[in-house]
Design a protein around this ligand. Structure first.
Ligand code: B12
Length: 433
């Protein structure tokens, strides 16, 4: 939002509220409310929008879910933005000022990012996700069938001018910066030029890249020289069949160990993105993945339950197979709920396997095994691991409380308390209701 705010004419006053940081004051006196959100927040946002609209305040909605589900979002807003809004948002503001705006602004082509402004830093909050964050490129050339980016940006990769990115990078007062790019290695020559120009600022940075980055020595050399401390790589699965099945066959599983070693040799830590629940996954995938991550000495990992975001080929495939279990978007969080019928296991087994992976990976023994071999000092890897472990512990406590509440509901319906699937079914029904 601080980035979109940079397009707003200076005579407007912009207030930025991030619900991760503070609650929203529904009674606030404003002329227009704009909200961005991912799929899991959709119902919550529709509820918020209804409260503002009830007070006569127009609501504008945008973001990935709106782009992927425009018809649904339209019913909850005065105006929606479908696709990227660099051109349409300023147009809307002009229309709004003269009281003649449309209800839907669609970007017909992906915008070039040659002249985009820097985000408005005075709107950042101390503890939200915006401090020390910027993007250099947008989009990814790949078409993995579970990824919303491929649908949203039509696989078109665009880059900001190197000098503009370097200037924004330099403008952050802090030492640590994250490039929130979809794949900073989409154009590796561009990336190398960028690394050369940010090296003098002597900051530390991390970003997400595809596996090709780990094979390119010059990329890694310049990344390291410019202060790269960690790369997030979507390894996704240690099953080659699973990778082939979701159009990510360019991830060659037999190369993973060498790629991780290569990145480590440059003094860069690896954060692995792992997904469980692919059609080729069987129950052994959980233990095998953890054995692999520990033996490869991966410093950090983000585990996800495969989630078919609406609009993706994965969603369409599962829908055709009648395998979508719920359309309650709040469950499309990839962390707490399974929303589809996996092929070779039950939803409960998938959830338990996912929990097992988190518990084992962030246990003391695993931490010791992995971090002892870290190419980056403990000052970088330990706080990250502890932060993950703490976040997981609090999520587990919430889930336990949630399960307790569900047991009460089940009991009152005289459902079987032994059956986990009965609990899950009840959870789905009650949320829908
Ligand atoms: C950074 C990021 C995060 C950050 C978000 C921090 C933050 N406060 O912004 C963190 C790490 C927290 C995060 C979490 C998650 N993320 Co995320 N994330 C991203 C990422 C990499 C970049 C987002 C971004 O800043 N893009 C740049 C901006 C400029 O683009 P944009 O959001 O599309 O906005 C443009 C337009 O949509 C429009 N617009 C957007 N909002 C609005 C609002 C208004 C009023 C207007 C006018 C216009 C407008 O204007 C913008 C300029 O063109 C995207 C990938 C991507 N490229 O979008 C994934 C992505 C958005 N995330 C995704 C997912 C799945 C998640 C998680 C569910 C993952 C998980 N399992 O936990 C969670 C959900 C969090 C939640 N609470 O809802 C999916 C979204 C799928 C979906 N259908 O929602 C994406 C697309 C990744 C993917 N490969 O599929 N994420």
């Amino acid at each position: 939002m601080p980035y979109l705010a940079a397009f707003v004419p200076p005579e407007w006053k912009v207030i930025h509220i991030d619900e991760e940081v503070s609650p929203i004051d529904i009674t606030i006196a404003v002329d227009l409310v704009g909200i961005t959100f991912h799929t899991p927040s959709a119902f919550h946002v529709y509820d918020l929008a209804a409260q503002f609209r009830k007070r006569g305040i127009p609501v504008a909605l945008g973001g990935p879910h709106v782009t992927l589900m425009p018809e649904e979002a339209q019913a909850h807003a005065d105006v929606i933005f479908v696709g990227e809004a660099e051109l349409q948002w300023p147009q809307f503001l002009r229309d709004f000022e003269i009281g003649r705006h449309m209800h839907r602004y669609c970007s017909t082509a992906v915008p070039a990012l040659n002249a985009v402004p820097m985000a408005r830093k005075e709107l950042y909050h101390r503890r939200d996700f915006t401090g020390g964050r910027l993007f250099a490129t947008r989009g990814c050339p790949h078409a993995c069938d579970f990824c919303a980016v491929a649908v949203m940006y039509q696989r078109k990769v665009r880059a900001r001018p190197v000098a503009a990115v370097a200037a924004e990078y330099a403008s952050f007062p802090g030492k640590v910066v994250i490039f929130w790019d979809d794949n900073l290695a989409s154009d590796r020559e561009y990336a190398k030029a960028l690394f050369r120009s940010i090296a003098p600022y002597r900051k530390w940075w991390s970003s997400q890249v595809s596996i090709q980055a780990g094979k390119d020595a010059e990329f890694l050399e310049w990344a390291a020289k410019s202060g790269c401390k960690q790369l997030f790589i979507g390894l996704e699965s240690i099953s080659q069949q699973s990778m082939n099945g979701v159009r990510k066959g360019f991830n060659r599983v037999e190369e993973y160990v060498r790629v991780i070693e290569h990145i480590h040799e440059h003094g860069i830590a690896v954060q692995a993105g792992i997904v469980f629940g692919f059609d080729q996954d069987t129950e052994s995938i959980f233990i095998e993945t953890l054995d692999f991550l520990e033996s490869a000495g991966v410093q950090n990992a983000t585990f996800n339950i495969l989630t078919p975001y609406p609009g993706t080929p994965l969603y369409q495939r599962l829908e055709r197979g009648r395998r979508i279990l719920t359309r309650d978007w709040s469950k499309y969080n990839g962390r707490e709920d399974v929303v589809f019928q996996p092929r070779h296991m039950s939803p409960e087994t998938l959830l338990e396997g996912y929990r097992y992976a988190n518990q084992r990976f962030y246990s003391g023994t695993s931490l010791y095994r992995r971090l002892i071999r870290s190419p980056v000092g403990l000052w970088w890897t330990l706080p990250l691991n502890l932060a993950y472990a703490l976040a997981l512990r609090s999520a587990r406590q919430d889930a336990a409380a949630d399960r307790g509440e569900l047991l009460v509901r089940c009991a009152s319906r005289r459902s079987s308390l032994e059956s986990v699937s009965a609990i899950n079914a009840s959870k789905t029904r009650s949320t829908r209701g």
